[in-house]
Design a protein around this ligand. Structure first.
Ligand SMILES: *Cc1c(COP(=O)(O)O)cnc(C)c1O
Length: 234
């Protein structure tokens, strides 16, 4: 099946916009990873995206993500989990997702880490972990409060089997996204004092990836600007 021309156009348009924002920021576009968020989209669309060279795929629901990863096991895709994570599902998510963007509490780190003294499974890489920060006043939004981020980072840095790669946030619905991403950049600097290698910043969605790139984002999570309208959740 040849890819839908609309999809190919959107992939190209987003690539060009990402490169333009990188140039505007004086950054090398090669520092940026675009994760295409395919939640609620059919497996066939993920396959078309892979043909178009989009191999970092983001999902936000475990059940759906697991099924898609299994159906697409013939492709070499990198699965990123970007949704709220339930403690009891955490280890199952690790089986297919190499990167978790939404770790926001100590109990999750404990569930994800190898038990103390356990050997890493041969051939099984560490799981890359972003700490999600809540930049809103609403505790239901997911993410650790900024004031608790550094202690969570200490715990993550010490967790066997996990590699703390950086911080993640969603810009609040109200207010200037650029301001929110500037705050996130400051929080990233604080985390890097604890974990010098945790330099990645997961920020920027369809409507605000330019602002995120201007404030140092390294991992963009882009859904509808690439995929088109998202179907309703099943
Ligand atoms: C759905 C989702 C995205 C992508 O959103 P778009 O507005 O479609 O680009 C990014 N990050 C997270 C955490 C999401 O749940």
């Amino acid at each position: 099946m040849s890819p839908d021309p609309g999809l190919a156009h959107r992939v190209t348009a987003v690539r060009e916009a990402v490169q333009a924002a990188a140039r505007e920021a004086g950054r090398d576009p090669a520092e940026l990873t675009t994760v295409v968020v395919t939640k609620f989209q059919p497996v066939s669309l993920v396959r078309e995206l892979a043909e178009l060279g989009m191999r970092d795929v983001g999902e936000s629901r475990h059940q759906e993500a697991r099924e898609k990863a299994a159906e697409l096991a013939d492709l070499s895709l990198s699965w990123h989990f970007v949704g709220q994570l339930q403690g009891k599902k955490a280890r199952q998510v690790q089986r297919y997702a190499r990167v978790l963007h939404s770790v926001d509490r100590e109990s999750l780190l404990d569930a994800l880490a190898l038990p103390a003294g356990a050997e890493a499974e041969p051939g099984r890489p560490e799981t890359d972990v972003f700490l999600q920060v809540n930049l809103t006043d609403d505790p239901a939004r997911g993410g650790v409060a900024p004031a608790a981020l550094e202690s969570l980072a200490e715990r993550a840095e010490a967790a066997p089997g996990l590699r703390l790669v950086g911080v993640m946030a969603v810009a609040p619905r109200e207010g200037e996204p650029r301001q929110a991403f500037a705050t996130l950049r400051g929080l990233s600097e604080r985390v890097q004092r604890i974990a010098p290698d945790a330099t990645a910043i997961s920020a920027g969605m369809s409507g605000d990836f330019r602002e995120a790139i201007l404030e140092g984002a390294t991992h963009l999570r882009i859904g509808t600007a690439i995929t088109g309208i998202r179907p309703d959740p099943r």
